[in-house]
Design a protein around this ligand. Structure first.
Ligand SMILES: Cc1cc2nc3c(=O)[nH]c(=O)nc-3n(C[C@H](O)[C@H](O)[C@H](O)COP(=O)(O)O)c2cc1C
Length: 329
């Protein structure tokens, strides 16, 4: 075995990693490739101090990127083993260390999910009226479980409670100019490399509170077309038993496994995470699941035919190795 992963493989691995979702598409990660080891670090220049002061969303995003790396490694014929947030006190920015080695045994499920990575997007469009099929619900719960998390589907009463919490957060935000200023820095307009472009915001909702989060803050984005969103959205909460940094990274891996599994089943997702951005509301969200734990994502699953892409920074600017070919995205 060579001492170093081939440059073309590093390119495939990192392109998959950066396709992961991140709050406001900040892409808060950087990578260090040494031999057959890839370290995933937080990028301290991509923080959201007003909306994500503790870095929870950054760790979730890095966990999702790590999961994509594992899938891509399987698609290239490698096996992986990894540790999440291995040195939380000494190296808090090191969120995952992944060892990528030739392997006789393959994880067919991860290899299959790798093919879904380019097709997964956050879709903020109204859903058709068909509920998510029972077998798909079970499959998504199993996907979360496989990464050490729980996905809990909400009933009608709990969905109403989530929408009430959304209303509550919208009212709070009226007085929080820092959050709105931060969002307008990342959202709206033409954004080829990062942030959420106007084209990805989806229509505004006629009904309120809506099953979709309207991230638009700019005057032009307030003039978007309006559509009616579903009255009975399919909502689920992703949570973990504990809330250490490694649990937040695991939650990100579970999130991405759920999202890729949903993509394969023809189901799209968007997020109503605003209540989870307030420390006093997060436990209320978890209570809706009926079990102890810590809520990380409120996911709305839908059937919507759109494919809304967001940009990514070139991987050459995110990686400490000279082996990434210049053709990288
Ligand atoms: C931790 C986290 C929180 C997010 N919160 C929201 C949210 O509340 N509302 C929303 O519409 N999108 C949310 N997103 C989705 C991001 O905006 C999206 O991943 C990013 O813009 C990149 O787009 P893509 O998912 O289509 O690749 C969140 C993503 C992550 C990882």
């Amino acid at each position: 075995m060579s001492d170093q992963l081939p440059g073309k493989d590093i390119n495939v691995l990192l392109a998959a990693a950066v396709a992961a979702p991140s709050m406001h598409n900040t892409q808060p990660w950087r990578f260090d490739v040494q031999g057959h080891v890839i370290d995933v670090y937080l990028d301290g220049s991509r923080t959201l101090p007003a909306e994500d002061p503790t870095g929870r969303a950054m760790r979730i995003a890095a966990g999702a990127a790590t999961f994509n790396l594992r899938c891509a490694a399987e698609s290239l014929g490698y096996g992986t083993w990894f540790g999440l947030a291995p040195y939380p006190s000494d190296e808090p920015d090191l969120l995952a260390r992944i060892v990528i080695e030739p392997s006789a045994t393959q994880n067919d499920e991860l290899r299959d999910l790798a093919y879904q990575i380019p097709y997964r997007h956050t879709e903020r469009q109204p859903s058709d009226t068909n509920p998510i099929a029972e077998n798909v619900r079970v499959e998504l719960m199993q996907a979360a479980h496989a990464e050490g998390a729980e996905l809990t589907w909400l009933g009608d009463d709990e969905i109403r409670s989530v929408l009430d919490l959304v209303l509550d957060t919208d009212l709070r935000e009226i007085h929080e100019w820092q959050r709105r200023a931060e969002r307008s820095h990342w959202v709206g307009g033409h954004r080829p490399l990062d942030g959420v472009p106007s084209s990805a915001l989806g229509p505004r909702s006629i009904n309120y509170p809506a099953a979709v989060r309207d991230l638009g803050t700019r005057p032009n984005d307030r003039l978007r077309a309006e559509r009616t969103f579903e009255q009975h959205p399919d909502l689920a909460i992703l949570s973990t038993d504990f809330d250490e940094p490694s649990d937040q990274v695991s939650a990100g891996a579970a999130l991405e496994r759920v999202l890729l599994t949903a993509t394969r089943a023809g189901v799209s997702a968007s997020f109503l995470n605003q209540p989870l951005e307030y420390d006093d509301l997060r436990p209320k969200v978890q209570r809706l699941t009926g079990r102890p734990g810590h809520a990380h994502m409120i996911i709305r699953f839908a059937h919507s035919p759109h494919h809304t892409e967001t940009g990514r920074r070139p991987i050459t600017s995110l990686c400490r190795t000279d082996l990434v070919p210049k053709v990288a995205r």
